[in-house]
Design a protein around this ligand. Structure first.
Ligand code: NAI
Length: 327
């Protein structure tokens, strides 16, 4: 169809926004469909956002059919087909994850309600802003008329990081790495799984043949990559987060690669013993805006313990936001 795809981006004047908007406008999401951007920011950031829009104008992107900015989610989300919820309250010095949960609760409550009221019937909602899984849960819980499966949280950056680390270890090109899975929370407890991943069609754990590397290098490197980027760059990952946000949305709307799967945090139906209702990362296949959790994978004790640890953290976050009355 040639009707513009209406895409909302929140936190549009932030770091990730500065990369994400230009890639969306240049066709990275939907190659042959015009795109209309709806950009949400808080009032004090609107002036900076106007500057970003001036730069978008200056790119003269052929596919960019329009840009609207504002600080009222009910106006910005009106009729959107895709909402990328990137804006969030960042973790300040000494701030605990629980402080982060309550600071973000208000944002995702309001945005869930606004999406419920005004988004298009086919809306898909991807949450990048942290704590992403629980923010997605809060937004979903405040949007009773939007089907739960329309909400997801981003673990695609972790997925891409895991592919990159495995490619570097084995010398294989990234295109040879398939069936990667991130399980659980987008946090340091996440479990990047090499026991189902493949390198050139062969089991990745067997190709690597080094359990010590998997446990002591691979898993922590992937799980703590965000911190390593902050350490090196002086600010958190932005271009890679934007790139993963687009990868995830593109696959969701237009389909994941035949014969492979991707990682996406979605509302659990109880698959793999992940408590029903938690927004947890799974291996999924996607097509036409729908996703399905890959079924039937064998989970050994090593993987079981790690999946359980990460989903226990998600359950704690859910309990914390339940106590705060956010869901
Ligand atoms: P940033 O601080 O540069 O930008 C965030 C923007 O959100 C700011 O411009 C702020 O004004 C805006 N904002 C705050 N509250 C808002 C609201 N209620 N409505 C609309 N906009 C609002 O942060 P950055 O680097 O762009 O990161 C954004 C989020 O993405 C952070 O929560 C970060 O932790 C998260 N992140 C998630 C990753 C993932 O893999 N899931 C990876 C990297 C970052």
């Amino acid at each position: 169809s040639s009707a513009p795809l209406k895409v909302a981006v929140t936190g549009a004047a932030g770091q990730i926004g500065y990369s994400l908007l230009f890639r969306l406008a240049s066709g990275a999401l939907a190659a042959d469909r015009p795109i209309e951007l709806r950009l949400l920011e808080i009032e004090p950031a609107l002036k900076a956002l106007e500057g970003v829009v001036m730069e978008l104008d200056d790119c003269a992107f052929p596919q960019l059919a329009g840009v609207e900015i504002g600080s009222d989610p009910e106006k910005i989300f009106d009729g959107v087909n895709l909402a990328l919820l990137v804006g969030a309250r960042p973790r300040g010095p000494g701030m605990e994850r629980s402080d982060l949960l309550s600071a973000n609760g208000a944002i995702f409550t309001a945005q869930g309600k606004a999406l419920n009221a005004v988004a298009a019937d086919d809306v898909r909602i991807g949450v990048t802003g942290n704590p992403a899984n629980t923010n997605a849960l809060i937004a979903k819980s405040n949007a009773p008329d939007i089907p739960a499966e329309r909400f997801s949280a981003l673990t695609r950056l972790d997925h891409n990081r895991a592919i990159s680390q495995l490619a570097a270890k084995t010398g294989a090109p990234v295109t040879d790495i398939t069936h990667m899975t991130i399980w659980g929370n987008h946090s340091a407890t996440q479990y990047p799984d090499l026991f189902h991943a493949e390198v050139g069609g062969r089991n990745a754990a067997e190709v690597v043949g080094d359990q010590e590397w998997i446990e002591s290098t691979f898993i922590p490197t992937v799980a703590k990559r965000g911190a390593a980027i902050i350490e090196a760059r002086g600010s958190s990952s932005a271009a890679s987060a934007a790139s993963a946000t687009i990868d995830a949305a593109r696959d969701w709307l237009f389909g994941s690669a035949e014969g492979d799967w991707v990682s996406m945090a979605v509302v659990s139906d109880g698959s793999y013993g992940v408590p029903e209702g938690l927004v947890s990362s799974f291996p999924v296949t996607t097509s036409n805006g729908d996703w399905e959790i890959v079924q039937g994978l064998e989970i050994d004790d090593f993987s079981r313990a790690r999946i359980d640890a990460s989903t226990a953290e998600l359950a704690e976050e859910r309990d914390a936001v339940t106590e705060l009355g956010l869901i």
